[in-house]
Design a protein around this ligand. Structure first.
Ligand SMILES: CC(=O)N[C@H]1[C@@H](OP(=O)(O)OP(=O)(O)OC[C@H]2O[C@@H](n3ccc(=O)[nH]c3=O)[C@H](O)[C@@H]2O)O[C@H](CO)[C@@H](O)[C@@H]1O
Length: 364
């Protein structure tokens, strides 16, 4: 049995697959330490997994602003020292990084101590950290059809996004009851990824009157520190009560995804994978400033596969029409669900865990 360091903090999209892999490794008898950041989102997400062991690393995101650039480099050195100490004390056999600023220190620490490195890229355009570090890795896990220029084929394993095991579709009535939502009509979920999306939150406030007329209720996950939460009620054209509920964060994404008929969301790789797992059709509004526009690439892929529709943030004025057309179109919703099921057939967790175990057992 081996000891794995999993560098995965900084955003929900990096941390959630780290948790998924750590759970599976521990179930197979291996030991794990997850490197996470000091951000609120990391603290909130790990609260549900007390069975895993965490280490909070120094570190901050990359910035070209001169002062922040200097701070970034100082933090990277602190992160490197921190990780080397952790690896020595824990006697790490292998390290896996899920991208983001924490991965850089972890990979250099592993390289300097001769420990094999694996990297996982979730997005359909590889991020800066993964591209830069791929040359140090024994294995790079990439989404099917995605490659990194110059990286030998033998180092690449194509696989999807590791999803936490509790993310499973449940009956809609049960999920709505768990959310405490007593509504009769359709339910639209709004999700701005792990940080929330102000543009989508504002869209709900501006459009709830119109949605409520058609008895469409809304469950809006606003993002930590973005709004205080709360609820609004309106009476629909046929006399039903439609509700808009605002909540900063949900601990059980499976419940929120199962309760809804449709989700309007950012196009983070984790969100998209979880929509597929819970067979929930989406209208994706990619974050327009994501690195190399990777959210657009993620969103377009799902649209081409028939599991979603893309609306750009610059076209939000057509979102209301798209939502009301799609949410009542049972035929199209059924097609979307079938396509999502087809996309979710492989189990990346098992494949990655088996491969990691074999690399850790044969580090040469
Ligand atoms: C702005 C930005 O660059 N975001 C990136 C970030 O997204 P972000 O961190 O938003 O991540 P994703 O959308 O990929 O995943 C969010 C994760 O957080 C969980 N969650 C979210 C909200 C909540 O209330 N509760 C909860 O548990 C979800 O279940 C999911 O597991 O990492 C992703 C994976 O590299 C990228 O694709 C995104 O582009």
């Amino acid at each position: 049995m081996s000891n794995f360091v999993i560098s995965c903090g900084g955003t929900g999209g990096h941390l959630a697959p780290g948790i998924a892999i750590a759970e599976a490794l521990q179930e197979s008898g291996h030991h794990c330490r997850l490197i996470i950041s000091n951000k609120d989102v990391d603290s909130r997400l790990v609260k549900n997994y007390p069975q895993l062991q965490y280490a909070r690393s120094p570190g901050m995101g990359f910035s070209m602003s001169p002062v922040k650039f200097v701070k970034f480099n100082i933090e990277q050195i602190r992160a490197l020292v921190f990780t080397m100490k952790l690896m020595r004390e824990f006697k790490a056999d292998a390290v896996i990084g899920f991208g983001g600023f924490l991965t850089v220190g972890a990979v250099f620490a592993a390289f300097l101590t001769g420990v094999p490195v694996m990297l996982h890229e979730a997005n359909r355009r590889a991020g800066r950290a993964i591209r830069m570090l791929a040359g140090f890795a024994r294995r790079v896990y990439l989404p099917p059809g995605v490659n990194i220029k110059g990286l030998p084929r033998r180092m690449i394993h194509h696989c999807g996004y590791p999803i936490r095991k509790e993310i499973q579709r449940m009956p809609q009535d049960e999920a709505r009851a768990k959310l405490g939502l007593d509504v009769t009509g359709k339910l639209l979920l709004i999700l701005g990824g792990s940080q929330g999306a102000t543009a989508l939150n504002t869209w709900v406030t501006d459009n709830f009157e119109a949605l409520a007329k058609d008895n469409i209720s809304v469950y809006c996950i606003t993002g930590l520190n973005k709004t205080a939460g709360g609820a609004i009620e309106r009476i629909s054209s046929d006399g039903q009560t439609a509700r808009a509920v605002f909540t900063p964060f949900v601990d059980s994404m499976a419940v929120a995804l199962s309760a809804a008929d449709l989700v309007v969301a950012r196009a983070g790789a984790g969100s998209i994978a979880e929509f597929a797992r819970c067979r929930l059709p989406s209208i994706l509004v990619p974050y327009p400033y994501s690195a190399d526009d990777h959210q657009m690439a993620n969103a377009q892929f799902l649209e081409q596969q028939g599991g979603a529709m893309v609306v750009q943030e610059s076209e939000l004025d057509r979102l209301l029409g798209e939502v009301t057309d799609l949410i009542f179109n049972d035929w199209l919703i059924k097609r979307f669900r079938e396509n999502l099921e087809r996309l979710d057939r492989a189990n990346p967790v098992d494949r990655i865990v088996k491969d990691m175990a074999s690399i850790a057992a044969d580090p040469a």
